[in-house]
Design a protein around this ligand. Sequence first.
Ligand code: ATP
Ligand code: MG
Length: 752
Amino acid sequence: MDISFILDDLNDAQRQAVTLDESHGLILAGAGSGKTRVLVHRIAWLTKVMGYSPYNILAVTFTNKAANEMRGRVENLIGQQAGGLTMGTFHGIAYRILRQHYQDANLPNNFQILDADDQKRVLKRLLKAMELDEAQWPVKQVQAFINGEKEEGRRPHHIEIGHNPYVAKLVEIYKEYEELCQRGGLVDFAELLLRAHELWLKKPHILGHYQARFRHILVDEFQDTNTLQYAWLRVLAGASGKLFVVGDDDQSIYGWRGARVENIRQFDQDFAGTLMVRLEQNYRSTGTILKAANALISHNDSRMGKQLWSAGEEGDPILLYEAFNEFDEARYVTSQIENWVEQGGQRDEVAVLYRSNAQSRMIEQALMQAQIPYRVYGGLRFYDRAEVKDVLAYLRLVVNREDDAAFERVYNHPPRGIGQKTADSIRQVARDQQISLWQASQMLLENSLKARAKTAVQGFIDLIEQLQDALHAQDLEQQFVKTISLSGLQAHFEKDQSEQGQGRLENLDELISAAAQFDNRAKQQTAAGINTEESVMAAEDESVRLDGTTLIDNPEQSTLEEFLAQSALEAGEQQADAWESCVQLMTMHSAKGLEFPLVFMIGMEEGLFPSQQSQEDASRLEEERRLAYVGITRAEKQLIMTFAQRRRLHGSEFFPVMSRFIKEIPPEYIQEVRLSGRVQPTMEREGSAGFTSSARQNETGFQIGERVSHAKFGDGIVLNYEGSGEHARIHVNFTEFGSKWLVLAYARLEKR
Ligand code: ATP
Ligand code: MG
């Protein structure tokens, strides 16, 4: 068989990794060195050469988008056969397993996934019911505690309380929360994994089934696995499964969410016979971008140490633009994107990366004005939008009346006269009787409610029942159309004439299209006989049936339930279809693993990036630096960084200083850009500046090196100047506020 297509486009080290024969493989390598490529080619190697069935392979990726991309790449290599592979995120795979074995996992057949937002809502209500003051028990902290414990694999009874009353209370909340979720058939993200893990430990025959099945387990972005995920992999691999993990300690950026980079160091101790392969050639970026990234990350102390080199061309310097404010920054980014497109570039080759989601709004506005199509990836995620969640909540309630989170969301939305007092008594009954809000409402209807409240509650109950009837035998698209109109949400948003109201209606339309698309895809797959993860999981397996176990008890899951689960799992990643020619906006976190010819990193300012909170903590600062390394190494050809002298964010005004991460890149790789679009030949730094301007006419009345003072920024030294007349600008290094370009006409500088 000709297998050259699997190995031809690989270098020696990559080939060694792909064809690895040892028990386990650990591929430790820097950004853009082909880790993900190696993983894809290894799947081809295992199936085409080693003769494994795709059914025997499990590939774990960090996002659903990455899983889809990987599936596409594997299909390119080995054709339709790839259909039998199991690929997905830890959460997605755990979900499939729990669905398959819901009874053994002690879950109702229609259990629902709680996303972070729902979880917060449930906790809020619980705290209230427990009469705990939110000021003392902030929901966010309680949520972080519970998720953190789950991610360490701990149930309430595992937690050592000691004599700490604070911890004791948190554990009590955790316990109540668990009971509430169990009653409502609600499963949060961390629970998905923990439940699946416990299921395996409690039911060895189920574990045995998966161990026999997944002979090869491949994991991308291994540096970001947490304790529970690592334990999960260990259990699943068992004595005979072969693990193949790829990662980069310098790109570990989820420490704040429990990821443990130590898992890499631990790996060859826990998995005997591991062969470690290092990849050192970068194929993604120009020499300049790569050297800048290497220089930056060398400022971190705790590293495993790696070399990265590129055989590619040096490429253009990194451009650095110092904006007046966030508007100017957004304008500059937009104009550079226009240039890129004018010169024949595609919009989807461009990514704008930022540290925090709030920064996207300005860029979005500027892009909209310039009529440049864009997508926000992550962040303002489609399935996170309030109106979308409203519709989904109605549907969730139709599917599962016990879903208290959904009940809370819509019982009086749109308003139907169920007041706070009535709602409180429903909650009270639910709590006293240990029943769902739905059951509590019905119980209340039978006795104590006043006439008006009774009508209102009855109206809601009838509505859900009526919806259920109306949805019966309809296709998914019609189910959404009907829900949106019968629930009253459509009329409710139609009343709102504002742009926001219009936007909400557009989102509802988009939701209907998403449902239609989803339905079509499901039908096509059935028609073509393509194995989805679900159907593969359900595939009959002789050996298991011979044991007389009930693994094949596959619950009939409706397309609607499937859709609801997908929307909770994928939140926002689903937009991929319509994405082709759009500029992509995303946080640096969500850019992990991706690559783009042109990358912008905006808001490169102290306090923003590195974030304020990381400034006093050395390990957090190192994590921020790794995030910067991730950002820089996304760029293939051109990298542009911006920062602003003045920024309004979260409602306050800041006068930030350029990020230390820029200073950590050697100046020879950076070229500073001026407002006019002219590029300066060298970059000035505080203290060393001024030499580039000697040949220019000085119309400012100030001399380089002169001491000046400014009403707001205080004292400083003139570094440089440019332009003339009303456009004249002056560059001053202020003792307290760092260096700034000021428009001379407005600056009112005084000589000192
Ligand atoms: P990251 O750490 O960012 O996830 P990575 O190590 O996973 O990066 P890949 O995305 O697999 O790297 O590869 C980076 C780029 O280099 C891709 O465009 C890939 O196709 C290309 N590439 C990798 N190896 C080779 C090779 N041997 N020949 C040509 N191109 C390659
Ligand atoms: Mg990768």
